[in-house]
Design a protein around this ligand. Structure first.
Ligand SMILES: [Ca+2]
Length: 431
């Protein structure tokens, strides 16, 4: 198996096209590819099971590399602060800051090369074909997952990327889109137009109630004149309740906006989340692992509708929670954006147009990371926690039976690779 792993790695490295998509985790691989002998020594000794969780301590042991040494490496490279590194045993090796530091460290400090090898070994284990985290859909055991996306598309740009990732992922069947937060009529038009332009106008869009909460619909001009399709007559909450009652145990609900529609659906049917197959949110901030997040703070989706968020966490169903702690690490840098822009499909063109209206530069892929967890649950390390929402909208872990599985340590490189592959290889269009 080590030889197969090496072969897989070398194939990976020579795929120049691929390497250009990838983030510094794999840029590090490219650096080390200059030295085949070193690569062979490193990769030939990888644990054979390929499990990320097993590979991390094994690789550390193999290279006698501890966190202190990594901190030294960061310091030597003049990048990063050892004090900012998470102290947890589930230390996120694939954090961008660490990767960037190591790339620079390797380039300028030969003694750092050995240290980099061990971290690279971990990354290779994580992406290897032998890994336990092969993308869903490649095995017979993976069923097509039916999902409803509850979104506030139109404020931050990441909702549009999340919808795009769903549409471009054959493992997911989008049952419907429900729209939350303030001008839900305008947001609905954005979703309707994205679905229409990609030939998926059969997917129903249900509008949530208009609220007085904040968040401008800055991308609305892209869909302002769109009249080809309309939302369904059911409200978002009615649609959610109706669907899980019609198909109990089958539908995954993915909520990536303020949780008003979830709260309204719970008011209609307090058991509605129990009838879903699973329930996943992008939201909250848990301050874990220690040091990964500067401080626990109220997160937008939670704080925009605190009563709905409180009801959601008390609904008695396990929540798969993808918090800021993980999502802030996943950013869509300029080279990635350029690749999407030049792809030229209706879907990527829609994203380009909406991005141009978004009043910021670099998207953080909060909501797409939650989609990623539905595609491949191994994309983030997960911790079980008991979460309650306080009056300020803070989601502080507290004592009690776990009610959440919280995604805290993202494999940034693996996620971005999946994200870019899906959006660049799709060819969705109107029939
Ligand atoms: Ca959102």
């Amino acid at each position: 198996m080590p030889r197969q792993l090496l072969t897989a790695l070398l194939l990976f490295l020579v795929a120049e096209e691929l390497i250009q998509w990838l983030d510094p985790a794999f840029g590090l691989a490219a650096v080390l590819a200059d030295d085949d002998a070193t690569a062979a020594r490193t990769y030939g000794r990888l644990p054979q099971d390929g499990l990320l969780q097993a590979a991390q301590p094994a690789a550390l042991e193999h290279r006698r590399l501890g966190q202190g040494q990594v901190s030294d490496c960061l310091s030597a490279a003049g990048l990063g602060s050892p004090a900012s590194l998470p102290a947890s045993a589930h230390w996120p090796f694939i954090g961008r800051e660490v990767e960037a530091a190591l790339v620079h460290g390797l380039a300028s400090h030969p003694t750092a090369r050995e240290k980099g090898n061990a971290l690279l070994a971990v990354n290779v284990a994580a992406i290897s074909p032998a890994g336990a985290s092969a993308p869903a859909g490649q095995g017979e055991e993976h069923m097509r997952q039916r999902i409803i996306l509850d979104t506030d598309i139109g404020t931050d740009i990441d909702d549009a990327y999340a919808l795009a990732l769903i549409l471009a992922s054959p493992e997911l069947e989008l049952v419907g889109v429900t729209i939350a937060n303030n001008r839900t009529d305008q947001r609905a038009k954005l979703a309707l137009k994205m679905l229409y332009e990609t030939g998926l106008e059969r997917v129903p869009v249900a509008v949530g109630r208009v609220t007085e909460t904040g968040g401008s619909v800055n991308q609305y001009p892209w869909a302002e004149d769109f009249v080809a399709t309309q939302p369904i007559a059911q409200s978002a909450a009615e649609f959610l309740v109706d669907q899980v009652n019609q198909h109990p145990g089958e539908i995954t609900i993915l909520a990536v906006g303020p949780f008003t529609n979830i709260g309204d659906a719970l008011a209609l049917d307090p058991q509605f989340l129990q009838k879903a197959r699973s329930f996943c949110i992008m939201g909250g901030c848990v301050g874990w692992p220690e040091g990964a997040t500067p401080e626990i703070r109220p997160e937008y989706n939670i704080v925009t509708d605190i009563p709905a968020s409180q009801a959601m966490f008390r609904a008695g169903v396990p929540v798969l929670m993808v918090p800021l702690d993980a999502t802030m690490q996943v950013q869509l840098q300029a080279d990635f954006r350029a690749r999407l822009q030049t792809r030229g499909t209706p879907l990527t063109d829609a994203l380009t147009r909406m991005l141009a209206l978004w009043p910021h530069d670099t998207p953080t892929l909060h909501d797409p990371l939650a989609v990623g967890m539905l595609l491949d649950p191994a994309l983030c390390g997960v911790a079980e926690m008991h979460i309650e929402v306080d009056q300020e909208g803070i989601t502080r872990p507290s004592a009690g039976e776990p009610n959440c599985r919280v995604a805290v340590t993202p494999r940034v490189g693996a996620f971005l690779q999946l994200f870019m592959e899906r959006l660049l290889t799709q060819d969705l269009k109107r029939n």
